[in-house]
Design a protein around this ligand. Sequence first.
Ligand code: DQA
Length: 148
Amino acid sequence: KNILVLNGPNLNLLGTREPHIYGSETLSDVESKCKAQASASGASLSFYQTNHEGALVDRIQAARTEGVDAIVINPAAFTHYSIALRDALLAVSIPFVEVHISNIHSREEWRNKSWLSDKAVAVICGLGTFGYKAAVEYCLEHIKEKSK
Ligand code: DQA
C-alpha cells in the first residue's frame, strides 16, 4: 500500500507556530511517526510539505502516476480558499482524508468553510497531531490497494 501525506503552508513551523493552538510537536516528529506506523504495516508512506499552492497541485498530479492509494492532507490555509487544490484532488480521484490539528469549527467563523470536506472520505479536526495518526491508520486498514 502506498500512502501520501501532504501539508500546506506554515506547517513547516509546527512546534513553534502558535503552540497554544497547534502544540509543540514538530512536523518532522509527525513525519517520523507516520513513516514508522506505515512501515509497521508493510506499507510505504511519502511525506511532503510546501508553502506553495501550485507545488501542492503538482505533487497531487504526480501521485496519480506513482500509484498512490490514499492521500492524507492537511491543506492548512488553502482549505478555506483553494479551488485549485479541490480540482486537483478530484482530477486524480485518489481517496483522501482531510486533517486539521485544531478544531476549525471552534475558531474564526471563516475557518468553518472547507473547499475539500464534501469530497473527503473523512475529516478529522481538533485531535492535535494525533489526527494524522488516526487518518493514516484508517487508510492502512480501510482503503483498498489499487490493482496494478
Ligand atoms: C489548520 C487549520 C487552518 O485553518 C490553518 O490555516 C492552518 C492549520 C490546522 O491544522 O488546524 O494553517 O489546517
